[in-house]
Write a protein that binds this ligand. Structure first.
Ligand code: 13P
Ligand code: SF4
Length: 415
C-alpha cells in the first residue's frame, strides 16, 4: 500500500478568501460543474490527474458509487453541515464539528475515514481515531482562515508574556481554551498546559470547566465565540480583553496590566470572515419584512461566531447541529432568518418546504474553503483507496497527537 501524505496547507489569507468570494453567487446549482469550471474554488490542489478535471456530475456520481462499492464497509464518508450539496449527498454521517469528532472517537471499526470538511476537523478525527484508521481529506487546501489567525508561534509568545507578567503560572491561573477551529499543535499546547478544546456546541460548559481550574481563560482563535460565551456565563465586557497578536512582544497584546488583572477572559483577535458579514441591520430588515400579524413572526437564529451585537439581536444562537435540529423540528408555517453559511441555509430551506427559511445576508458567500471539496477530489481519493493507495492522509505526529488528545478528551468528558 502506498501512503502519500502531504504537508499542512499554507495559511489562507483574507485576500484568498476575497478572491474566491468575488466568484460567489447565492443561487449555485446543486449540479456539479467540472473542476475545470470552478477554478476559483477548486484550483488549490493542482496535482490530481488531469482526467478528473473534466469529469461532469453524472460521471463523477457513477465513479464515486463504484469506488465506494469496492471499498464497502472499510470506508466511511463524513460530511460537515457546510459541505456543498453535491458532496453532502455522499456523506454517511453529517454533523457539526463536535458530533463528527465524537463519531471518529467512537467508531473504531472502519479503516478509512474520508472527511469532507476542513483540515482542522480531519486532524481532530486523526487524533481521536485508532492507530489502524486513516483519515483522508479529499482536498488538502480545504483549511479555515480563522484557524490560521492563531499561528502556534504567536500563541506560545502570548503565553510566555503572560507567564513573565505573572499571570500564567504553574498553578494554572490562566487556562488556555482553544476552539476546535485551530491547528493540532494548539490543541496539544492546551493539553500540556491544563487546557481544553471546545466547539460551538459546548463552549459554555467548557468555560465552567476552565473557570473551576483557574481564574482566567485565554480563548483562541475566535474572539466572537469567546465573547458571546463569556456573556452567556455572566462575565461582563470589562472583564474580557482582546489580545492583539500583531503587536510586538512585550505589549501585553495591547492591554494594560490592570486590564489583564481584572480580566476573566483574554480573547484572541481572530474571526470568521463568513460570520462577520452578518449585521444587526440585516436582522432589523428581516423583522420589518416579516411582521407578526398572526403569531408567525420571523425567528432569527445565528451561529455564535457572529458578532456579539448580532447574537444579542437574534432570538437564538448555536452550533450548526443546533440550527439544523431547531429548524427541522419547528412547526410548519414558521419563518426562519438564519445567520450562517449559505450551503447549510439553502439545504434547510429545501428540506423544510413547509417553512420559510432564508439567509439573513442576501449576498452571503459559501465558506470558500469548505467549498474546495469538489466531487472530483472525492472521486480521486476514493478511487485511489479502492486500488489500495492512500492519498491525502492527514496525519498528526505522535507527540502532538498525544497531548492534543488530552485536551480533546477533556472536552468530550465535559457534560
Ligand atoms: P460547528 O461546530 O457549529 O459545526 O461550526 C464549525 C464552523 O466552522 C462554523 O464556522
Ligand atoms: Fe472557518 Fe468560518 Fe469556514 Fe467555519 S465558516 S470553517 S470558521 S472560515
Amino acid at each position: 500500500m502506498v501512503i502519500e501524505t502531504r504537508p499542512r496547507p499554507a495559511p489562507i489569507s483574507e485576500i484568498d478568501v476575497l478572491n474566491e468570494a468575488n466568484e460567489c453567487t447565492t443561487d449555485r446549482s446543486v449540479d456539479t460543474k467540472p473542476l475545470s469550471a470552478e477554478r476559483a474554488f477548486a484550483f488549490w490542489q493542482k496535482d490530481i490527474p488531469e482526467e478528473y478535471w473534466s469529469l461532469g456530475g453524472e460521471e463523477l456520481r457513477d465513479r464515486i458509487a463504484l469506488a465506494r462499492a469496492k471499498l464497502g464497509e472499510r470506508c466511511v464518508v463524513l460530511g460537515h453541515h457546510y459541505q456543498r450539496e453535491d458532496i453532502i449527498q455522499f456523506a454517511d454521517y453529517k454533523g457539526d464539528s463536535f458530533n463528527l469528532s465524537r463519531w471518529a472517537a467512537e467508531k473504531q471499526d472502519v479503516e478509512y475515514i474520508v472527511f469532507c470538511g476542513v483540515h482542522f476537523m480531519a486532524e481532530s478525527a486523526d487524533i481521536l481515531s485508532a492507530p489502524h484508521q486513516k483519515v483522508i481529506l479529499p482536498n488538502m487546501s480545504a483549511g479555515c482562515s480563522m484557524a490560521d489567525m492563531a499561528d502556534p508561534e504567536d500563541v506560545y509568545a502570548c503565553w510566555d508574556e503572560l507567564v513573565e507578567a505573572g499571570f500564567a503560572d504553574p498553578d494554572g491561573q490562566v487556562v488556555p481554551v482553544t476552539y476546535m477551529n485551530s491547528a493540532a499543535a494548539l490543541k496539544a499546547f492546551c493539553g500540556k498546559n491544563g487546557g481544553i478544546v471546545c466547539t460551538s456546541s459546548n463552549a459554555p460548559k467548557v468555560y465552567d470547566w476552565a473557570l473551576e481550574g483557574g481564574s482566567k481563560v485565554l480563548f483562541f482563535p475566535d474572539q466572537h465565540l469567546g465573547r458571546n460565551t463569556g456573556l452567556k456565563k455572566g462575565i461582563s465586557l470589562d472583564e474580557m480583553v482582546v489580545w492583539d497578536y500583531s503587536l510586538p512582544y512585550g505589549s501585553l497584546g495591547g492591554n494594560t496590566r490592570e486590564q489583564l488583572e481584572r480580566a476573566k477572559v483574554i480573547l484572541w483577535r481572530g474571526w470568521c470572515s463568513v460570520h462577520r458579514r452578518f449585521s444587526v441591520a440585516q436582522i432589523e430588515k428581516a423583522r420589518r419584512e416579516h411582521p407578526d400579524p398572526d403569531g408567525q413572526a420571523v425567528t432569527v437564529i445565528v451561529h455564535p461566531e457572529c458578532t456579539m451585537e448580532v447574537v444579542q439581536a437574534a432570538d437564538m444562537d448555536g452550533s450548526t447541529e443546533f440550527i439544523t435540529k431547531t429548524i427541522t423540528n419547528a412547526p410548519a408555517g414558521s419563518t426562519w432568518a438564519v445567520g450562517t453559511e449559505i450551503n447549510l441555509v439553502s439545504r434547510l430551506a429545501r428540506e423544510n418546504p413547509d417553512k420559510t427559511v432564508f439567509c439573513l445576508d442576501p449576498v452571503v458567500c459559501p465558506c470558500a474553503t469548505m467549498y474546495r471539496i469538489h466531487p472530483a477530489y472525492l472521486c480521486w481519493a476514493l478511487e485511489e483507496l479502492a486500488e489500495g493507495r492512500v492519498v491525502n492522509q492527514v496525519e498528526v505526529d505522535e507527540e502532538t497527537a498525544r497531548h492534543a488528545k488530552v485536551a480533546l478528551e477533556r472536552m468530550l468528558s465535559v457534560r
